[in-house]
Write a protein that binds this ligand. Structure first.
Ligand SMILES: [Zn+2]
Length: 359
């Protein structure tokens, strides 16, 4: 163990808060630029560096910043390095991200907690109100039952579906590692389709009343559910929030819904002309062919590039799969850090060369 903000190298890994997610990956990109300048005196293509420090809280200022600085930011391609390589160690190119919408549902009953015997049957129970409301939003087959929820979900292109089918999958291994008997519904969807091309509705927490040791015959006066929805192309967070709100107003009119942040999904076609030079660059820098992943399951504010600026955006992760980000002992393998520098430099070289050839 070492203090989080004093990086330390042990057994070939740098340990420190943010080394994998995402300071180490930022630094690798910057050192790639420095190395190219030192070796060649100039960069093989024009590069703009955008460093943002609020991704972990949903990048609240990115949409406004990007919209206000269009001319300065306009580019042919955006490359982000974040997240881990595949569990197998294979590098990955991610062509999109799922979006996310976070909100809270607040139900209120009496003006204070009550005795469940003296007042049970008289005062409504806000926990039951939320349980019924939540049950009306998703059925046992895993289908979200909010009107219009799936209206804008695009089925992936043939190239994307073929790419999903090529991704490695080890369901038995995942079940064992996570200690789960079965995967969640809907069962008919493929493993990677669930993670990248299908929306989710997650109850993050359901709170209210008493949850401590023993029993307490209390009739709680308030209850809160925290929820997030992962969105896929071409759902929009604002539209889905309006649909959730309409559902709440219809089914539980007294329940308050509070918006807590959102990012739209993003997608760049997997057959983008930049795919080939990036793939060749990764092969040259790391000696391995990357997996082509239509979208990551998590969320990044890539939509500000693809939707606001209309620029293709790819993510090329540099961190090891066991980087332990957002957790104690976050680490980045030193060799992956160096591979990141090589990859950053190679991507610019191959993009520069392909631009001169006219892709
Ligand atoms: Zn993070």
């Amino acid at each position: 163990m070492s203090p989080p903000f004093v990086p330390e190298v042990r057994d070939g890994r740098v340990y420190g808060r943010g080394v994998g997610d995402n300071k180490g990956q930022h630094l690798a990109q910057i050192l790639a630029l420095e190395s190219l300048l030192a070796c060649r005196g100039a960069l093989p293509c024009t590069v703009k560096v955008l460093l943002e420090g609020e991704e972990e809280i949903g990048s609240p200022r990115m949409p406004g910043f990007v919209a206000a600085n269009r001319e300065q930011l306009v580019a042919d391609l955006v490359i982000t390095s974040d997240g881990p390589v595949d569990e197998s160690g294979r590098p990955r190119i991610l062509f999109g991200v799922r979006g996310v919408l976070s909100f809270e549902l607040r139900a209120r009953g009496a003006n204070r907690d009550l005795h469940s015997g003296n007042w049970g049957g008289i005062a409504p129970n806000p926990l039951w109100t939320l349980v019924h409301l939540l049950a009306s939003m998703k059925n046992e087959r895993g289908e979200v039952t909010i009107d219009g929820f799936y209206d804008d979900v695009l089925s992936g292109s043939a190239a994307e579906q073929a790419a999903l089918a090529r991704l490695p999958v080890d369901v038995a291994g995942v079940r064992e590692r996570l200690g789960i008997e079965r995967l969640d519904e809907p069962v008919e969807r493929g493993y990677h389709e669930r993670l990248t091309a299908w929306p989710t509705f997650t109850i993050n927490g359901l709170h209210g009343g008493y949850g401590g040791p023993g029993s307490k015959t209390v009739l709680p006066h308030e209850a809160v559910a925290k929820c997030d929805i992962r969105l896929v192309e071409a759902q929009r967070a604002d539209d889905i929030f309006a649909k959730v709100r309409a559902h709440v107003e219809r089914h539980a009119p007294g329940v308050e819904i509070v918006h807590q942040g959102a990012m739209d999904p993003s997608k760049t076609p997997i057959d983008s002309p930049f795919m080939e030079p990036i793939r060749r660059a990764i092969r040259a820098a790391q000696g391995m062919d990357p997996l082509l992943v239509p979208a990551m399951g998590g969320s990044l504010p890539e939509y500000v590039f693809t939707k606001t600026l209309g620029v293709p955006a790819l993510t090329v992760p540099y961190a090891n799969a066991d980087e332990a980000n957002h957790a104690p002992n976050e680490n980045l393998e030193v060799e992956r850090f160096f591979a990141g520098i090589r990859t950053g430099a190679a991507m610019l070289m191959y993009i520069g060369a392909s631009a001169r050839e006219g892709i």
